[in-house]
Design a protein around this ligand. Structure first.
Ligand code: FES
Length: 138
């Protein structure tokens, strides 16, 4: 469940913003997205687990508020079944963003709602908003 924190950040994308075609994300996979520019740019990433489940998170580690990938575009552990912070090696669940190993154990990544609309992975609506036309919340 989203905490809505991401919506209050500069350059936060609006619901239904297209991110990537689902067919381009062959699981397990992760992909980074940036909206805006400069130090306040909105940085996020999505992951697709081996079983095909999609999740989105702010690219902001709860340990030291740094990007997880160090601008490498790499977010997954070597076995590609969890999220890895390349700053200080914390490991997070793909499905709920909980850190289960490392410096911020028990803390969570900030989730971002996603929706699948006409084959596109898109920014989703708030949990209590009506579903997007033609879209399905993920
Ligand atoms: S910033 Fe991610 S583990 Fe330290």
């Amino acid at each position: 469940m989203s905490d809505g924190y991401w919506r209050r950040r500069p350059f936060a994308p609006v619901p239904s913003t297209r991110l990537i075609g689902i067919d381009e994300l062959v699981p397990p996979a992760a992909r980074a997205f940036t909206f805006g520019a400069g130090p306040n740019a909105f940085r996020m990433f999505i992951v697709r687990s081996i079983s095909g489940e999609l999740r989105g998170y702010l690219n902001l580690c709860p340990h030291a508020s740094l990007t997880l990938d160090r601008d490498s575009g790499e977010f997954l552990t070597p076995d590609r079944d969890a999220i890895f912070c390349r700053q200080h090696c914390a490991i997070f669940s793909m499905l709920d963003g909980r850190c289960f190993s490392g410096a911020c154990e028990g803390e969570y990544l900030h989730p971002i709602e996603l929706a699948l609309i006409d084959g596109w992975v898109c920014i989703g609506s708030r949990p209590n908003d009506p579903p997007e036309s033609g879209g399905a919340a993920i």
